[in-house]
Design a binder for this molecule. Structure first.
Ligand code: URA
Length: 292
């Protein structure tokens, strides 16, 4: 039997759905009704786990501002703008437009110059995901263009690839003040857009650069030494790809290039990680290991 949903609950649901859409989350699944007797069971949930501390505060002002006439209540369940768009260039452009001049988290007001969306081949087999833009990236609007970026470019070349053949992005798209580590809520607010980028690009493999990227993508709070050296199956959280044949990417973890600049002895270890990725992608190992 279909659960009965009162007008108030329908309105609250519509407001909640709108709220998720403003955060860039569009895909919902229908959870089977459970015998709780609650009229909200068996309805819609976003495809992300919502922690109690993440639950939004539906303040009366917010709710009033977004009130939807009851007859239109389920019109708010729109798909992601890029749904059904099979050209990844267009789809990425749509995700960028949806992001807009983002003010969804505090970083918008903490001195960022611009949003650093991501760069590279929209059809890439390989994606690198770092932590957050630094000063150079904030200036130029492109990820990994400073000293750490130069090292990343050399690492990519050592794998027998050009930078333009891969796609490079970060967990968050705005520079945190003084390059501090991104806060958990900043990662949670920003990463749905990254998930949509991943689902659009459909890479075969992803390399998470450093602990922030690895922990956010894998939702595992572990040390780098435990996280490295193996493959993970990765599906972008909260978003389905247009392509049902894409079953997700393999994900490997390696050291962040900025860490390798501080401790160059670890480059040997990072090179082992990259060789694992090369093997998976059938890339030919260059004759010599990277110098830098
Ligand atoms: N460090 C990162 O994690 N990302 C960048 O884009 C630059 C430095």
């Amino acid at each position: 039997m279909r659960p009965t949903i009162s007008a108030d609950v329908r309105r609250a649901l519509a407001e909640r759905i709108r709220y998720y859409q403003e955060l860039g989350i569009y895909d919902f699944y229908r959870r089977d009704a459970v015998a709780t007797g609650s009229e909200t069971s068996g309805v819609l949930s976003p495809e992300i786990p919502i922690q109690p501390e993440q639950r939004e505060d539906m303040s009366p002002r917010k709710a009033t501002a977004r009130a939807v006439p009851e007859e239109n209540i389920f019109e708010v369940i729109a798909s992601r703008p890029e749904t059904g768009v099979n050209d990844p260039v267009r789809a990425l452009k749509m995700i960028r437009e949806d992001l807009g001049d983002c003010t969804r988290c505090r970083l918008a007001k903490q001195g960022r110059k611009q949003i650093v969306f991501g760069v590279g081949n929209p059809n890439a087999d390989l994606m690198f995901i770092g932590e957050a833009p630094g000063a150079n990236e904030d200036q130029q609007g492109e990820p990994f263009v400073g000293r750490a970026g130069q090292l990343l470019t050399n690492m990519i070349k050592a794998m027998g690839l050009e930078r333009s053949q891969v796609y490079i992005a970060n967990i968050i798209k705005c520079r945190p003040p003084n390059n501090r580590t991104p806060e958990r809520d900043e990662c949670e607010t920003c990463s749905p857009f990254l998930m949509r980028q991943v689902a659009t690009i459909k890479p075969k493999a992803i390399v998470a650069l450093g602990a922030v990227a690895a922990r956010t993508l894998l939702a595992i709070n572990d040390s780098m030494s435990n996280l490295r050296g193996r493959w993970y199956e990765f599906k972008p959280t909260g978003v389905r790809s247009n392509d049902p044949s894409w079953e997700g990417a393999k994900l490997a973890v390696t050291y962040h290039p900025a860490f390798l600049l501080r401790d160059p002895r670890q480059k040997k270890e990072a090179w082992k990680d990259l060789q694992m990725v090369m093997k998976e992608l059938g890339l030919k190992a260059p004759a010599k290991t990277p110098e830098s």
